[in-house]
Design a protein around this ligand. Structure first.
Ligand SMILES: O=P(O)(O)OC[C@H]1O[C@H](O)[C@H](O)[C@@H](O)[C@@H]1O
Length: 528
């Protein structure tokens, strides 16, 4: 296609939302009219499925749940008055609570005001809050946010060390929809112990965001925590950023949560239109389908040319891969669906892996995100008539062009600025695109059965660890690995046992190794 034809294609397919100042360009994905004609009826069905979902149908059949994240930003759409008022009241409670913290009506014991937030959560209970904090957090917010999103002891120590003495003015948000996620529970217990070591009463600093009646909810009630915010069962973890999960930390940081919700609501309205060409989420899902042949054959590389959007790809990784990565479709056929997502930011990544994108294996398509406004205020001229922002813009255009010349496809999103409204709209855009894509490829986007396998396996390793320690403590001398495995009654698990012992020994806990751990056959093991 020559330059004139490409320019025509660009204009033919350009989506523009005037209210949001949002552009979507799918012209560099090479679908043709025949493909669009073939997909149109499939999208018509997908629009119907999403419409039913928005009206409260059980869209997650396995878990027998409604899928209601769309109601969060337009409570009037909730299927009944109870749900509507729950959304409205939660928002009101978040705002009231935030105001009490900001005005120092609620204070930490013996201190003037809260200075920091420590948010403990993982997956959907961390990625959205982390993304929004990075995208919208001010340099000097009313409360500075810190995260623990893992059960890594060294990571926890680093975060606690960074807080140092400010722990006594830190509000702890423990976020877990299920209220039983081990990493989050461990983080909470570690942090609680840190408060106790300083003689501070943890419950005066702790807030739970969780499902009603969950283990976490029970702990928060029993210990009389400072506050609890509900997380509804019809909001999935990876679509929970605009529920109390994301809104509470954002509001506490002084971010305009009403504006985030308004942006999402506007994008919801735009992506509800049941017409492929005038619906940006449908256009995006169409482009994904074409690029990956409806089977995820190409990875999605997310390249925002704006530092504050650095964590968008990580956020989208869960949203897209946990939603679309499924073994079976809704009819039970093995389909092994999914789209792999990665990326950081441009132009930084041009100096890392764009070499491979341009010349190496052609197994991806790129989504470039362009932000029109460079910065607040005016810019220094780096060269005569040229600013740093001109460079950034030039790099984006150049990369898009260079990739396309080499038959690498791309989508380009253009936004005016990174504001709460726009961030809300981006979240809503991708949520809808995922819903539509899943409907088109006939999978359940709202469950995550595969995650359970890893959790169960981890639990069984911890169980095995207890058995190993027990056997060794009852044995006087040393044993070979094979003997330990025999005594535990799990000769099949000798490799797991070896790794458990190596880990405990490295931490100087309970067991010790004699011999060379690099040559497991020669090792002898004993209780410490
Ligand atoms: O919010 P929680 O219940 O603690 O869940 C945190 C995460 O746990 C699991 O790994 C799920 O697969 C995720 O979808 C979820 O976001």
């Amino acid at each position: 296609m020559d330059a004139t034809a490409l320019w025509q294609r660009y204009q033919d397919w350009l989506y523009y939302n005037e209210e949001l100042g949002f552009y979507l360009d799918v012209s560099r994905v090479t679908f043709d009219d025949a493909f669009v004609a073939e997909m149109t009826p499939r999208f018509a069905k997908a629009f119907e499925a999403i419409d039913a979902l928005e009206k409260g149908a059980i869209a997650n059949p396995d878990e027998n749940r409604m899928v209601g994240h769309y109601w969060l930003r337009d409570p009037d759409l909730a299927p009944n008055e109870d749900l509507r008022s729950e959304i409205v009241n939660t928002l009101r409670d978040i705002e009231n609570f935030t105001q009490q913290i900001h005005t120092a009506t609620i204070t930490p014991p013996g201190e003037e005001r809260f200075t920091d937030i420590l948010s403990i959560g993982i997956g959907g209970s961390a990625l959205g809050p982390e993304f929004v904090a990075e995208a919208l957090g001010a340099v000097n917010p009313p409360l500075q946010i810190n995260f623990i999103d893992n059960t890594d002891p060294a990571g926890i120590d680093k975060t606690l060390a960074r807080l140092g003495d400010r722990l006594k003015t830190t509000l702890v948000l423990v976020i877990s929809k299920s209220g039983g996620t081990p990493e989050t529970r461990n983080g909470m217990l570690e942090v609680k112990a840190a408060y106790e070591r300083r003689g501070l009463d943890f419950s005066k600093y702790a807030i739970a965001t969780t499902g009603r009646g969950s283990k976490l909810d029970k702990v928060a009630q029993a210990d009389n925590w400072l506050a609890t915010f509900p997380m509804q069962d019809w909001v999935g973890g990876r679509t929970s950023e605009l529920s109390s999960v994301g809104l509470l930390p954002a509001a506490l940081q002084g971010i305009d949560i009403r504006a985030i919700l308004a942006g999402a609501k506007q994008m919801d309205a735009a992506t509800r239109i049941p017409d492929l060409k005038s619906n940006p989420a449908a256009l995006m899902a169409l482009a994904w389908y074409h690029a990956g042949n409806g089977k995820g054959e190409k990875d999605m590389v997310i390249l925002p040319y704006k530092d504050s959007l650095l964590l968008f790809s990580r956020y989208l990784q869960q949203l897209i891969m946990e939603s679309l990565g499924k073994e079976t479709d809704l009819d039970g056929n093995k389909v092994f669906q999914g789209i792999a997502v990665y990326g950081n930011k441009g132009s930084t990544d041009q100096h890392a892996y764009v070499q491979q994108l341009r010349e190496g294996v052609n197994n991806f398509f790129v989504t470039l995100i362009e932000v029109l406004t460079d910065r607040e205020g005016s810019s220094t001229e780096i060269d005569p008539g040229v600013t740093a922002g001109d460079y950034l813009s030039g790099f984006l255009q150049g990369t898009r062009k260079a990739l396309f010349e080499n038959k690498r496809q791309s989508i380009t999103i253009t936004i005016p600025e990174v504001t709460p409204v726009i961030v809300g709209s981006l979240i809503a855009l991708y949520e809808r695109a995922v819903s539509l894509y899943a409907a088109v490829v006939n999978i359940n986007a709202y469950h995550q059965p595969g995650v359970e396998a890893g959790k169960k396996a981890a639990a069984s390793i911890l169980n095995l660890q207890n058995m190993v320690v027990d056997v060794l403590s009852k044995t006087g001398g040393s044993l070979t690995l094979a003997e330990v495995a025999d005594k535990v009654g799990r000769p099949d698990a000798i490799e797991d046992i070896y790794k458990i012992i190596r880990h405990l020994d490295a931490n100087g806990r309970m067991v010790a190794i004699d011999g060379n751990a690099g040559n497991p056959g020669t090792m002898r093991v004993m209780a410490r």
